[in-house]
Design a protein around this ligand. Structure first.
Ligand code: SF4
Ligand code: SF4
Length: 369
């Protein structure tokens, strides 16, 4: 069994997907509180709203694992007025609301700074997930008062690891811009998408983040979608095994926490006795694409089963078979979409019972410094 597909890369998404867990989940203590470097599951919290807003699908980079799906989400760049109207559609002053601007590369949008200001005016907590290029003088055209969080993606602690995945010269540009943003008072986090190409280098991120002054670190799993589903990278493929993941990721997360960094990483496997919850049923997450599709679950985004659509600037529920129907299904394996889309992530015992239930891809663990 391999770990794959479970999260999308949230540098635009960053299935974040990235910061999502930071905003909308309550902390469930599963371990003794005395140990500050102990991982805690970050449970879903109702009453909050997270809006993952892809304002375009274009990008200046061509990462080897890019998941952008033009055939499903188009090539549109939303006009400024549309960004405003769609933000208004999802604004709810009664709820703690977060918006994460995504792409493609959202800083390629000439009106991103305007969108940030509008979102703040509507009461959102605002994040931009960027590949680190920070086009259109973003740092000058917005401010840490308007932009609450800036997340940048790095897939290696140096150019030798990062650039073969994300592109030549990307490491230097991204790290230079991270340093600039930190100096200017922005709250900067880094997203690292773990794959077989870089898991052995994860530990070297800790000194780099410390040196750059980054206080939050999001560790993601490679999602085998888009290019990573097509491109071969050797015998092992992109995936890491559960053994590799469990041996390396929690240990690095603890090291980072000990260095003063708040770390978040996917839960993936539920322990016996832990409750399975589908975020599609218990949270208000909206993944909006520039062609008007609105999903509730990121694993569904490659398929035309979106629960909602935006038409003439109105939010409309879709009829027929949509992702909502799948959220209701209760199976021993945990996440239904994972079982349907990537059944090879699940192993079974001799009686045919799954060895582990797979958690919702949006469920995270965190270690506080
Ligand atoms: S090419 Fe890279 S930076 Fe651009 S959208 Fe894809 S993964 Fe993100
Ligand atoms: S449990 Fe699975 S189907 Fe439900 S929101 Fe999470 S990933 Fe999607």
């Amino acid at each position: 069994m391999k770990i794959l597909h479970l999260l999308r890369c949230y540098d635009f998404f960053s299935l974040a997907i990235g910061n999502l867990c930071f905003y909308n989940f309550t902390k469930l203590d599963l371990q003794p509180k005395a140990m500050t470097t102990t991982a805690r599951t970050v449970g879903f919290q109702s009453g909050e709203r997270n809006v993952f807003f892809h304002i375009l699908t274009a990008c200046n980079l061509s990462c080897r694992h890019c998941y952008i799906n033009i055939s499903q989400h188009g090539t549109a760049t939303l006009p400024r007025e549309t960004i405003e109207k769609w933000l208004e559609l999802f604004a709810d002053p009664e709820k703690k609301s977060n918006v994460i601007f995504l792409g493609g590369e959202p800083t390629m949008h000439p009106d991103l700074s305007h969108g940030i200001a509008k979102a703040k005016e509507l009461g959102f907590t605002v994040t931009v997930d960027s590949n680190g290029y920070l086009f259109h003088d973003l740092l000058d055209r917005t401010s840490p008062e308007l932009l609450d969080y800036l997340s940048c993606s790095l897939d290696g602690p140096d150019s030798n690891v990062n650039d073969p995945i994300r592109g030549e010269g990307v490491f230097d540009i991204c790290t230079n811009n991270i340093r600039k943003a930190v100096e200017r008072g922005y709250n900067v986090s880094v997203i690292y998408t773990v794959s077989s190409l870089n898991i052995d280098d994860l530990h070297r991120m800790v000194p780099l983040l410390s040196e750059m002054g980054v206080k939050r670190f999001f560790i993601q799993v490679i999602g085998l979608r888009g290019k990573s589903a097509q491109e071969s990278v050797g015998e092992q493929g992109w995936q890491v095994s559960p053994e590799q993941w469990l041996e390396i990721v929690p240990a690095v997360a603890r090291q980072a926490a000990e260095a003063g960094i708040h770390v978040t990483f996917p839960k993936v496997f539920l322990e016996p006795g832990e409750t399975f919850e589908c975020a599609g049923l218990v949270t208000e997450n909206f993944f909006i694409f520039p062609n008007g599709r609105v999903y509730r679950c990121p694993l569904c985004e490659d398929y035309p089963i979106h629960a909602l659509r935006i038409e003439n600037d109105a939010l409309i529920p879709n009829e027929g078979l949509t992702e909502d129907n799948f959220f209701q299904l209760n199976i021993a394996e945990g996440c239904v979409m994972n079982k349907l889309l990537q059944p090879d992530t699940i192993s079974y015992d001799d009686q045919g019972n799954p060895d582990h239930r797979i958690s919702c891809c949006l469920l995270k663990q965190e270690i506080l410094p």
